[in-house]
Design a protein. Structure first.
Length: 120
């Protein structure tokens, strides 16, 4: 699923709980990480999170349904972009537009994932 598709689906839902359920559904569709992918554990997340790279694609692993959904959104945001495009991408504005209600610990984890991509 593309980021634009995710964004559109989330825009059609008003309730905060419904949006969070949708985010968790996005996480159910994360593809498996190829065995030869290079993975980095993301520190600063309340859950266990790894971002992996195989060739020109990114993959993610998380031990929480909600965090898997967040990983799916972030991976969709960077999919098909060059390293330079990713570094210039305004993740913060995009997350504000999604209007998702995350607590402080989740927001800290999101910032940790964004930092990973900004420092590629």
């Amino acid at each position: 699923m593309t980021y634009d598709e995710m964004k559109k689906m989330l825009s059609l839902v008003d309730g905060a709980e419904e949006k969070l359920e949708m985010v968790m559904d996005f996480g159910k569709k994360l593809p498996n990480v190829p065995e030869s992918a290079v993975c980095t554990e993301i520190m600063g997340c309340a859950s266990f999170v790894k971002i992996c790279r195989f060739e020109n694609r990114f993959y993610g692993v998380a031990d929480s349904a909600m965090v898997r959904g967040i990983v799916a959104i972030i991976l969709a945001m960077v999919d098909g972009k060059s390293t330079d495009e990713i570094k210039k991408f305004d993740f913060d504005s995009e997350f504000k537009e999604l209007n998702l209600n995350f607590g402080a610990s989740r927001l800290s984890g999101i910032q940790s994932m964004i930092s990973f991509f900004k420092n590629l």
